[in-house]
Write a protein that binds this ligand. Structure first.
Ligand SMILES: [Cu+2]
Length: 157
């Protein structure tokens, strides 16, 4: 006797999520991101993005990045060559179908965005806008939060 009721309840509850999933089928989404406050005289910074998620059924490449607050942005990876950490410019990053790739500090490939010619107006608590272009024609804009350097990072300088 209760079964039809349960089914009908599940259907009703699921309905909004079904719509949300349909929308997600078509999109790439970006979550989380940060960079550090620029020191006086510094014009190059690394920007980290926690995840770029590809909800489509096809692999998509991140092919270009720009910002109104910077001259040029490159995609970098990091590799250890003869015990020295080296950064390498990548022409693209492939985000496999139904998957995500991190450009964050824990990225296994050391992926990050290298930003050149940064506007000195980027200060703590301001937002850094980046525009990402993908091989499927999608263009996304995201706001990167600007944080203070941590004590740990200061020790390196
Ligand atoms: Cu770099």
């Amino acid at each position: 006797m209760t079964l039809p009721l349960i089914i009908s309840t599940i259907f009703t509850l699921n309905f909004p999520f079904v719509i949300a999933n349909d929308a997600a089928e078509k999109i790439i989404s970006i979550s989380g991101g940060h960079t550090n406050v620029i020191r006086p005289g510094q014009s190059m910074i690394a920007v980290y993005v926690d995840a770029i998620k590809n909800s489509t059924n096809k692999d998509v490449d991140l092919i270009a990045i720009s910002s109104p607050s910077a001259k040029n942005i490159e995609i970098h990876s990091m590799q250890i060559v003869n015990n020295v950490m080296k950064m390498k410019k990548e022409e693209k990053i492939t985000i496999p179908a139904k998957s995500k790739v991190s450009l964050g500090k824990k990225s296994p490939n050391g992926y990050h965005l290298m930003v050149f010619g940064v506007s000195p107006q980027i200060t703590e608590k301001s937002m850094f806008t980046i525009n990402l272009s993908f091989s499927n024609g999608e263009k996304l804009q995201t706001e990167i939060s600007v944080k203070k350097h941590t004590e740990n990072q200061r020790k390196h300088h």
